[in-house]
Write a protein that binds this ligand. Structure first.
Ligand SMILES: CC(C)(COP(=O)(O)OP(=O)(O)OC[C@H]1O[C@@H](n2cnc3c(N)ncnc32)[C@H](O)[C@@H]1OP(=O)(O)O)[C@@H](O)C(=O)NCCC(=O)NCCS
Length: 230
């Protein structure tokens, strides 16, 4: 059993094609750092660890969500209260991590939340996560940026497998999960799909190796084929 709540109880004129990370993260050998990202709309957001002082604003962010977003996130009409958010903001790294996305306006509103909760020992290399982007910021690359950010931190913390529960109609989230890390499997329950992805450093290496071997197999040059495929 997990020690605390589970992650899943169940444009602007100057459009930018891809969100850009302005301050690149550290190398995998060092602890990843906060990052600033430019969304497709041109708006900036800062991704950072949640702190206890964020709890009240996170409650407000959830109250601003559309019923559909809330339902997609919690698979029921749930809006977390202060105690739940405080607990999340105080997560110890051995249990999980929570990150917020802060807007660039003078009030620095919190417009996104992502967190993961590890399974207990000996399965603590596995975690479950949940992500929420405020409606007005959806579709601009923020969900992907937050997912990448969390995965980088989780990997540094020794997490290799990430799991999320997603409603079958949540195509955007399913697409993000299919294109982040290495999708391992999907299991169906009557209400939602549980997607498991591998995020260990090996996941990238393996994906690169598979591409290389596929290229080599398709290559017209016999030397390339024998060099790479034996
Ligand atoms: C799901 C959610 C986190 C995604 O964040 P977002 O900022 O809207 O997503 P992004 O803009 O980063 O990326 C969306 C991706 O889905 C793609 N997409 C959009 N609509 C799609 C659809 N109908 N089918 C398939 N892919 C779709 C986009 O093209 C983009 O992919 P790309 O980066 O390869 O171009 C956000 O919409 C959200 O918070 N929803 C409510 C809560 C929720 O559903 N949480 C997930 C369950 S834990």
């Amino acid at each position: 059993m997990k020690p605390i709540m589970k992650a899943n109880p169940q444009s602007g004129a100057r459009a930018i094609r891809e969100p850009r990370v302005l301050y690149p993260v550290a190398t995998p050998k060092t602890r990843p750092i906060d990052r600033q990202v430019v969304l497709k709309s041109g708006a900036w957001i800062t991704l950072r660890h949640a702190v206890a002082a964020d709890a009240a604003e996170l409650v407000q962010m959830h109250l601003r969500l559309s019923p559909l977003s809330r339902y997609h996130r919690y698979l029921r009409p749930h809006s977390p209260g202060l105690a739940e958010m405080e607990e999340l903001c105080r997560l110890a790294r051995g249990i999980g991590e929570a990150f917020v996305a802060e807007s660039d306006d003078p009030e620095k509103h919190i417009v996104g939340l992502i967190y993961y909760i590890r399974d207990s020992y000996p399965r603590d290399h596995q975690a479950e996560f949940g992500v929420t982007v405020e409606d007005g910021f959806q579709g601009g690359g923020m969900g992907r940026a937050m997912l990448d950010h969390m995965v980088e931190h989780a990997r540094f913390n020794g997490v290799h497998l990430m799991e999320a529960n997603v409603l079958p109609q949540n195509k955007k989230m399913l697409h993000l999960l299919d294109t982040c890390g290495r999708p391992l499997h999907r299991s169906l329950s009557p209400e939602f799909i549980t997607v498991t992805m591998e995020i260990g450093a090996d996941a990238d290496d393996e994906a690169q190796l598979m591409c290389l071997l596929a290229d080599a197999a398709a290559s017209p040059l016999p030397t390339a084929q024998s060099a790479l495929c034996g």
